[in-house]
Design a binder for this molecule. Structure first.
Ligand code: BGC
Length: 431
């Protein structure tokens, strides 16, 4: 008998800017134009063509693979091109996409904001500006009114800590401030935005389920017997996960190596579910020269290398460990992203099987996990990596727009159809 509950969601995930194409009015569009901003020198351009009409056919592909859900996001810059002015045609386009999903039997998990800001909000200073949470609340209210009859599962924001580190403490994502204090301010404002967005959606849709999506890599000391490795790993964990978890549990934002404690505005009780985006594990070695990354250096060999980045070493038990931590929040859990970039698709099939097997164990242990979404359905614009790190179940040929299923697509389809890992794919027997 399958470990997964009857209503468990098996899906895949995308985000607006990464697949839509032509998002001229957000902060990323401008950022991509800067020489050297994107690793492969490419731009999002037409992306995967979703806005121009290809969303529906990709969703049909997802349904044909046996998926029963899709996670996607709204592009704030399309829907509110100027503060307080909402675009009716853009809402119509999202209604058409959501209707297509419903007709295909896909339940949609809708993220209100996945990293990109309208250019006008970016000009104010992005998430460092004190008005951003209220502006986000206005957007959330409107989105709930316009789309609420089509969506039950809402997320406010995607990965606040990743955005804070990459864009405000770091300089690889817009606005690239490179100021640690800005990251703390941005994080505080994003938590406030979550609370306000939660309230806004619930005012319009009392029965909606509104959550927040966190990215929680598994940071472990490279040598567990070395105290400094342990300290560096736990500082990195705090920066990504610990600060958010603490804020959601105790309504207080605290930062490592500082006595700063800020009341996080009214978070208590404002979470109906929580999403885990999980890619892998990082082995952290203390390094006094690595002050910018909490005195920790990652020493594991990346599975597949890129110039700047890697997503850690595959480690399904890390996903279970993070789900266990999240369970302390007392709300249902979803794995809202899990996947790997693997251009040849030689490792991804096994990665997916191992993570779904781990999920079976987590559920058997009593964790209330209600859905699993592979990142991603189709190759898409991977932020500062451009198009160099394909994550899709479907490969995208950008010149022709052709989609080709990778072996991973078939493997995941077999899981979705059986609603468990079929015996022939189980890792004990896998190739
Ligand atoms: C983000 C996605 C991104 C993926 C792979 C996640 O952190 O939510 O937008 O494409 O990781 O890097």
């Amino acid at each position: 008998m399958t470990a997964f509950p009857a209503r468990f969601l098996f899906g895949s995930a995308t985000s607006s800017h990464q697949v839509e194409g032509g998002n001229h009015h957000n902060d990323w569009w401008d950022w991509e134009a800067r020489p050297g901003a994107i690793a492969d020198g490419e731009r999002s351009g037409d992306a995967a063509g979703w806005w121009a009409g290809r969303a529906e056919e990709d969703l049909a592909r997802a349904a044909a693979l046996g998926q029963n859900a899709h996670r996607m996001s709204l592009e704030w810059s399309r829907l509110e091109p100027e503060p307080g002015r909402f675009d009716r045609a853009a809402f119509d386009r999202y209604r058409a996409i959501l209707d297509a999903a419903r007709a295909l039997g896909l339940e949609v998990a809708l993220t209100l904001n996945h990293f990109t800001l309208p250019s006008w909000a970016a000009k104010l200073g992005g998430w460092t500006h004190p008005n951003l949470p209220a502006l986000f609340e206005g957007f959330a209210d409107r989105a709930a009114r316009e789309l609420g009859d089509r969506v039950a599962l809402w997320a406010t924001l995607n990965e606040p800590s990743v955005l804070a580190w990459m864009a405000y403490a770091g300089d690889r994502w817009p606005p690239g401030e490179k100021r640690l204090p800005s990251a703390f301010v941005a994080m505080r404002h994003m938590l406030e935005a979550h609370a306000r967005g939660y309230e806004a959606v619930h005012r319009v849709l009392p029965h909606a389920e509104v959550g927040l999506v966190l990215n929680m890599p598994w940071f472990v000391p490279a040598d567990p017997s070395r105290r400094l490795d342990r300290v560096a790993a736990s500082l990195q964990d705090w920066a990504f996960s610990g600060a958010m978890l603490h804020a959601l549990r105790h309504g207080e934002l605290r930062f490592p190596l500082s006595w700063t404690r800020r009341r996080a505005p009214s978070l208590a009780g404002r979470l109906d579910w929580v999403g885990l985006n999980y890619y892998g594990r990082f082995d952290v070695r203390f390094d006094p020269r690595a002050a910018g990354s909490a005195f920790g250096r990652h020493v594991q060999e990346p599975t597949v290398k890129t110039e700047h980045n890697d997503w850690g070493r595959p480690s399904p038990e890390g996903m279970v460990a993070q789900l266990e931590r999240l369970a302390a929040l007392g709300v249902p859990l979803y794995v809202t992203e899990n996947g790997m970039f693997d251009p040849d698709d030689t490792r991804r099939p096994r990665y997916l099987v191992e993570h779904v097997e781990a999920l079976e164990r987590a559920i058997a242990r009593g964790l209330d996990v209600r859905g699993y979404f592979v990142w991603s359905l189709v190759d898409n614009f991977e932020w500062a990596e451009g198009w160099s790190t394909p994550f899709g179940l479907y490969a995208l040929d950008r010149a022709s727009g052709a989609r080709t299923p990778r072996r991973s697509a078939e493997v995941y389809a077999a899981i979705c159809r059986a609603r468990e890992v079929p015996t022939a794919l189980r890792t004990a027997r896998a190739d």
